[in-house]
Design a protein around this ligand. Structure first.
Ligand code: PHE
Ligand code: ZN
Length: 864
């Protein structure tokens, strides 16, 4: 277990390491319980450092021997690393350590998954492999020799020589240790090739366990699309002779961008029509792109320290979102991202875990791979691009790649290139990186009819002025007691009473706490469409009449805001249902009918229109409006609204369902996926009218996972899922990724009063495996998504979660700590629930030997 005494690391304490590394040579003699790692590292004093202390990180290592310039030395070893007397000037360090990959359930460092050796080093896992200055600003070239009797042995860079029982790899690009990777196993490759714009022939391999070769084709195509896109849009080419991807079943995160050797959670790369849904295909494409794009934004230019994590993550998420928008649909991608931002980042930023996009302190860096660093970090890049313009953005990026290639950088370096390229002062903009919290933006409108100044003009030419007055506030939090105004790019367009755009989208730049913008020369009072494209990640608090929302739902020329108008109506009607027992709003239902049956609109877009704010989002909205959210009332309101929607759309549903069936062999392209999404949304509503007859028919006929899973969901919701649950299991029990879906759907669709019992049943199922993060998330993570089930008034949901987190913490601290976020909103609820949540959290905190990861999370969540 990790050191229990919490130590806080501060950004302001940064100092460079005392040594540079010329080269690293590693030899791995692989054995499940006693792998030997030999290192030979050429150190030289760092002229930029003032402190020459020689400290190497190292955890859970057995030091066998150490030598400096060939002479045996005896370093001072603690459980976090070692120090040693070293000569002045350059010297060669050699060490041999022993590690136990087969017992590594934390999945950091070198571990064994299903007989395959694999590594995960970001952020600080390399120190579990050998003694090393495990920090991203120490970059070196690596030469690696792997010895084992396994057929495939891989590491970073280009392949070197190999022979019976050994293989060598050399990575010519200096890199930090967190990008190191090694894989060895009985693997098979799906291979292809790519010629870069610079004329380099690159061998592409996707390595999988035997049996999974049929699930590789899509990932490989996505990789090639990503390589082409980064050349065309950012001018960035790949820089090694091989690009390898390996799929592994036990993995804490989605995937990892190790130089030349990406390692993927198998759920984030393996797909076939029979086993993966449209949503899986889209996610896989995005993650492949994300990891590939890291080769430039992350690997060639890396982070000086872990406080700068958003430098690579926010930027790379932004790049993968641009890619998805380009290869699929821009509005659909934007809407999906905003739904996700509100579901995951807003609660984080408005609760006890709030932190700036660039945090300035941490105890355990693993706890900062957050929606704020990733998704808000990407929003910040989007705002920067909006403010400096496409051209300024392109120039700034070009300068960044040019100037900083091969370096470990900071947010200051990143912003400086845009200041230089565009002449713009980004001092205030930088607050987006340093201030936490979601700004609330309120707006009021004023219309002034100009008096007829010119005689003889008739009424129609009298020109008026529309003034929008904005006010931004960010509530104080533990990070800053006073929040300064941020630069907000607010995209606005004006519509006339017919829905014609009278002022096309303009970007207003708000820099003050309160600021007005006027639009002159208008014929008549317009309807403003504000925050188009969600141009800034704020909560727009806009007093708006139902009529105006309905008007924008029918007419807004900005596709994002048109969707947003419908979302606002859905939210408004749900809030009225919960707080006043109102009936579902007619304006919402009428407006929705018109949009979803409008064949001129993209089916994927119409499918999104049929979504409603989730229970957790609604709880947040209610909480902000001064109500105590009641999870059961929210659940009932959702049910009632869906039923009312089904009734309203009754006549249209069969046509909608039929018109969006996709004939022919399955293809995961955006257009086909959009049609299936709409047809399956219709099926969800049809199920409320026919108690599952259509869903059963679809289930029986399905020849792809999208259709099968959608039908299975409907049957579970209609409480007609018993036969399908058995049939699904019988059909798929050998496929781990499909069985994950089986676990999570039963959890998500359990009735609130059955959720705890369902979780108890599923966690005692023989296929439940606490050590496999995907299975754990599919079960317990899905349980927490069952809002009214997890938040049972008697506290049984919290207690169950706490029991499992206690068990998991002993095995896998990182996944445990991430899962703790399900408790981050506990203070929204009533006193009884709060009491139960607090007790569950305190029980977890009291666990002996609790990991540093979990301890930090629980402490922050409990803090007032
Ligand atoms: N750097 C990885 C990514 O963004 C995420 C990751 C972090 C994976 C830590 C593993 C461990 O894609
Ligand atoms: Zn990333």
């Amino acid at each position: 277990m990790k050191d229990a005494a919490p130590q806080t690391i501060l950004l302001s304490d940064y100092t460079p390491f005392g040594y540079q590394i010329e080269s690293v040579h590693l030899t791995f003699k692989l054995a499940p319980h006693a792998t030997r790692v030999l290192s030979r590292i050429a150190f030289a004093p760092n002229p930029e450092a003032s402190d020459g202390t020689f400290f190497l990180h190292g955890e859970e290592l057995k030091l066998i021997s150490a030598r400096i310039d060939g002479a045996e030395v005896t370093p001072d070893v603690t459980d976090t690393g070692l120090t040693c007397e070293v000569p002045e000037g350059a010297f060669a360090w050699e060490a041999e350590v022993e590690i136990d990959p087969a017992n590594n359930t934390a999945l950091e460092g070198l571990y064994v998954s299903n007989g395959m050796y694999c590594t995960q080093c970001e952020a600080e896992g390399f120190r579990k492999i050998t003694y090393y200055p495990d920090r991203p600003d120490v970059m070196a070239t690596f030469t690696v020799r792997v010895e084992s009797d396994l057929p495939v042995m891989l590491s970073n860079g280009n392949p070197g020589t190999s022979g019976e029982g050994w293989a060598e790899w050399h990575d010519p690009w200096p890199k930090p240790a967190y990008l190191f990777a090694l894989v060895a196993g009985e693997l098979e490759a799906h291979s292809d090739s790519f010629t870069t714009m610079e004329g380099r022939d690159v061998a592409l391999n996707l390595y999988v366990r035997p049996g999974d070769l049929g699930k590789c084709a899509f990932g490989m195509e996505a990789l090639k699309r990503s390589m082409t896109w980064d050349e065309e849009v950012y001018g960035r080419a790949y820089d090694l002779d091989v690009f390898n991807i390996v799929a592994v079943d036990d993995f804490n995160m989605g995937a990892m961008e190790n130089k030349g050797l990406n390692i993927f959670n198998s759920a984030a790369v393996l797909a076939s029509p029979e086993t993966a849904t449209d949503a899986n295909f889209e996610r896989i494409e995005a993650i492949i792109a994300h990891e590939y794009f890291h080769n430039w934004t992350g690997n060639r230019i890396t982070c000086r320290d872990w406080f700068q994590l958003c430098l690579k993550e926010g930027l790379t998420v932004f790049r993968d979102a641009q890619f998805t928008a380009d290869v699929r649909s821009e509005p659909v991608k934007r809407i999906s991202d905003v739904i996700d931002l509100r579901a995951r980042q807003f609660p984080e930023d408005q609760g006890p875990l709030s932190h700036p996009v660039r945090p300035d302190r941490y105890q355990e860096i693993n706890n900062f791979y957050t929606a704020t660093v990733y998704e808000k970090g990407a929003e910040v890049i989007g705002m920067l691009k909006r403010l400096v313009g496409d051209d300024g953005y392109a120039k700034g990026c070009a300068l960044y790649f040019d100037r900083h290639d091969g370096e470990a950088c900071t947010i200051e370096d990143w912003l400086a290139v845009f200041e230089e390229a565009t002449g713009r002062d980004l001092t205030q903009f930088k607050r987006w990186y340093t201030q936490s919290g979601t700004p609330r933006l309120s707006v009021s409108e004023a219309w002034q009819e100009a008096p007829d100044q010119v005689q003889g003009l008739d009424q129609r030419t009298a020109l008026g002025t529309c003034t929008l007055t904005f006010r931004q506030t960010t509530p104080p939090d533990a990070n800053q007691s006073e929040k300064l105004p941020q630069v907000l790019p607010i995209a606005v367009g004006l519509l006339d009473a017919d829905g014609t755009e009278v002022v096309p989208t303009q970007l207003l730049e708000m820099t003050e706490t309160e600021q007005s913008f006027s639009f002159e020369g208008l014929m008549a009072k317009p309807v403003p469409s504000i925050l188009r494209g969600f141009s800034a990640p704020v909560v727009l608090a806009r007093e708006q009449t139902t009529e105006e929302r309905a008007f924008l739902l029918a007419h807004d020329t900005d596709p994002f805001n048109r969707w947003e108008a419908g979302r606002g109506l859905a939210r408004e009607t749900l809030v009225a249902m919960v707080t006043q027992g109102a009936a579902p709003g007619g304006a919402y239902l009428d407006g929705l009918s018109a949009v979803v049956t409008d064949r001129a609109l993209d089916p994927a877009y119409r499918a999104l229109m049929l979504g409603v704010p989730g229970a957790s989002e609604l709880a947040q909205v209610l909480f902000e409006a001064g109500h105590t959210p009641d999870p059961d009332a929210i659940h009932d309101a959702h049910e009632t609204l869906r039923q009312a929607t089904a009734t309203q759309l009754q006549d249209a549903l069969p046509g909608l369902y039929a018109a969006n069936q996709v004939d022919g062999p399955y293809s995961p392209d955006a257009e086909s996926a959009g049609k299936r999404a709409l047809a399956n949304a219709a099926l969800g509503l049809i199920t409320r009218l026919d108690s599952g007859a259509q869903a059963q028919a679809q289930y029986d006929a399905a020849d792809n996972m999208t259709q099968q899973l959608a039908a299975f969901s409907c049957l579970l919701l209609a409480k007609k899922g018993e036969a399908a649950t058995q049939a699904f299991y019988d059909q798929w029990h050998d496929d781990r990724l499909v069985i994950d879906k089986w676990f999570s759907l039963q959890m998500i669709h359990a009735a609130p009063e059955d959720a705890v019992a369902t979780a108890e049943r599923l966690t005692t199922h023989k296929d439940f495996d606490v050590k496999n993060p995907n299975r754990f998330r599919a079960t317990l993570g899905a349980f927490a998504m069952n809002h009214a089930g997890f938040h049972r008034a008697d506290g049984s949901g919290y207690a169950l979660m706490s029991d499992w987190l206690i068990k998991l913490d002993a095995l896998n601290p990182q996944t445990t700590a991430r899962m703790c976020t399900v408790f981050q909103t506990w203070r929204r609820y009533d006193a009884q629930r709060q009491g139960h949540a607090q007790a569950a959290l305190e029980r977890l905190l009291a666990k002996p030997d609790l990991s540093r990861d979990t301890s930090e999370m629980i402490t922050r969540i409990l803090k007032a």
